[in-house]
Design a protein around this ligand. Structure first.
Ligand SMILES: [Zn+2]
Length: 397
């Protein structure tokens, strides 16, 4: 018995020891397992957080992440050019801004490029995202935003509100925005894409007449996107019915291919104006090529109608990361070059933003012929016309 109990005691001790060992080992294993689980969750969390921040940035909610360095072209600019441009007091009479959060960067761009003032146009969500699913929506939100911007920086920004031509209350809304501080109206009725996809209404739709009449009576200018290739008759009917209405039809009235028609329109309607903006880099490069091929005729045209043409860029400022300070600088300077120089090239940043198809058709080493305009013509295009239209035509002011 003693022997047995001695034996079993020893066995029991060994078994206990063994069990103890197993326990410690499995505890260590559990601990180790917990540790690797933790790492797994940390990695998943980091991945999800990165994806979320990336999404926010793409959607424009993290503007602070946008590159804030000026274009290298700004530093390279020669002092004489700087001095000359400062003298013009340049007004950019065609731009869109998504929100207040874009303003700090935009003010830097204006300083870089010596733009004294900018005219901001009421804009729907479609234009900011170029996604048809948004439709012509949230434009009132943008109207309010740009009016608030113009109130906070009255010597920097002027706001033109927009309306939906289908809206029953559009006249009331327009009156309210004008009372709030808008200095004009922006319309998209004559934009082919908007016409086909959102509005389906002619420019001379009966519902629009009260708008034109009110603007004409009150001296409220309309920046009116009109594709004169498609809506020429409708446009002319409106201009004939409201001869005192000031209409700025931008982008050379989408008629830069046809200077004869453009001249005829400007000759016929003394309150019709245009601007030199082309919008998206695809259109800008195509427009600059067209001007380059036809530089002599364009130069004559610009000089002849210099009291009817505004400067504008139409970059559409959003928090999209590619629309950095240097990119906006580059585009703005390229328009200056087109107006001022005899010859110029475009920076890579512009080609990079082009669509694949348009980029393939374009040689990035192209030397463009510019318009080389005289100072008096430049002064009118850069400043005097916009000043006259937006500071003085509104009879309320
Ligand atoms: Zn525009």
């Amino acid at each position: 018995m003693v022997v047995y109990s001695e034996y079993s005691k020893g066995k029991l001790e060994r078994m206990a020891q063994k069990q103890e060992n197993i326990k410690t080992k499995s505890a260590a294993r559990v601990k180790k397992g917990k540790k690797s689980d933790l790492w797994f969750y940390i990695i998943i969390f980091i991945l999800l957080a990165t994806m979320f921040l990336w999404y926010l940035r793409q959607m424009g909610h993290l503007p602070l992440w946008i590159d804030n360095q000026p274009s290298t072209l700004i530093a390279e600019m020669d002092p004489a050019t700087r001095e000359r441009r400062a003298d013009f007091k340049i007004i950019n009479a065609h731009e869109h801004v998504q929100s207040f959060s874009n303003i700090p960067l935009l003010l830097k761009v204006m300083e870089d490029c010596q733009m004294e003032k900018m005219i901001l146009l009421g804009t729907s969500k479609f234009t900011f995202y170029l996604n048809p699913k948004y439709g012509f929506s949230e434009y009132d939100k943008n109207n309010e935003e740009i009016i608030n911007i113009s109130k906070k920086y009255p010597d920097k920004f002027i706001a033109l509100c927009t309306i939906d031509p289908r809206d029953e209350d559009k006249l009331e809304k327009l009156k309210k925005f004008i009372a709030d501080g808008a200095k004009g109206l922006k319309l998209y009725n004559g934009h082919g894409y908007f016409y086909d996809n959102f509005f389906h209404l002619p420019l001379d739709d009966s519902g629009m007449m009260e708008i034109y009449q009110y603007c004409e009576e009150q001296g409220i200018p309309i920046l009116y996107h009109i594709n004169s290739g498609r809506f020429l008759d409708q446009m002319e009917r409106v201009l004939q019915a409201f001869p005192d209405l000031v209409v700025i039809a931008p982008h050379f009235i989408l008629t830069s291919r046809n200077l004869t028609l453009l001249s005829r329109l400007l000759d016929t309607y003394p309150n019709l104006y245009t601007d030199i903006s082309f919008g998206h880099p695809d259109f800008q490069v195509a427009g600059f090529k067209r001007i380059s091929y036809n530089a002599v005729a364009f130069r004559e045209f610009m000089q002849k109608y210099r009291d009817r043409i505004n400067f504008g860029t139409d970059i559409v400022i959003t928090s999209y990361r590619a629309k950095s300070r240097s990119y906006i600088d580059d585009i703005t300077l390229s328009y200056f070059d087109m107006l001022e120089k005899e010859e110029f090239t475009l920076p890579d940043s512009i080609y990079k933003m082009m669509g694949k198809k348009a980029r393939e058709l374009t040689d990035p080493n192209t030397v463009y012929r510019g318009l080389h305009l005289d100072d008096e013509t430049l002064r009118m295009i850069y400043h005097d016309n916009a000043e006259r239209i937006f500071e003085n035509t509104n009879k309320n002011k």
